[in-house]
Design a protein around this ligand. Sequence first.
Ligand code: F6R
Length: 255
Amino acid sequence: MKIIYANDYQTMSRKAANILSAQVILNPKSVLGLATGSTPLGIYQQLIEWYRKGDIDFSQVKTVNLDEYCGLSPENEQSYFYYMYHNFFKHINIQLKNVHIPNGLETDKEKECRRYNYIIKSLGGIDLQLLGLGHNGHIGFNEPNEAFEKETHCVKLAEETIAANSRFFSSLDEVPTHAYTMGIKSIMQAKKILLIASGESKAEILYQALFGPISPQVPASILQLHNDLIVVADEGALSVIAQRYPHCIEQHPIK
Ligand code: F6R
């Protein structure tokens, strides 16, 4: 595990974007696992900027997103398809046929999970998986649970996840209660994982995820077992780790 320090959100975004960009430059046919949420927005903006400068070419890149709300169409402004399209895909030269997101409108859950697992396998797995971190330790929508769910599944979202995500909806009642998410096995099979975190509100859970016991109660803790995990986080998110394990943080300013 490599933990890279960034002094603020913008720097975190640039450093993480550099890793994604290097992946695409070294392998233009990369399969990228992508995430939504607030944290990756700066990364997508940075990658768009470098694309516009001619530094990155996405024409052969394939993507698989972690998750999608059940019941929302791609045109719904709160769907993750809408987020990905408007915040990233429409600004770069990726081919939409190479973009994969669970179909939130599919009501046959088993069929959709099977379809999505098949897509991930037929792409040959994920070269680099980008992950944000939920306040309860979720990755994708793998919520705290009694056991790790392995493959794509439909999950009932935790109350705190619904509350956290309600900031994007006009009322709490509008937040979908279920989502399709890639499972822990699919995430862990990615060749490389890039976990990003920003802000003090993530500091304790980032510490638990990276240095606490490995438990499905903190789904991100499983990442400790991945052999190519890179964490890029800003000062706020690293504040608890910086107190307890400062030597584990690369480029951390020793005070
Ligand atoms: C989104 C996703 C979620 C988020 C997590 C953190 O596709 O999979 O696990 O990464 O909820 O969200 P933010 O970045 O908004 O704090």
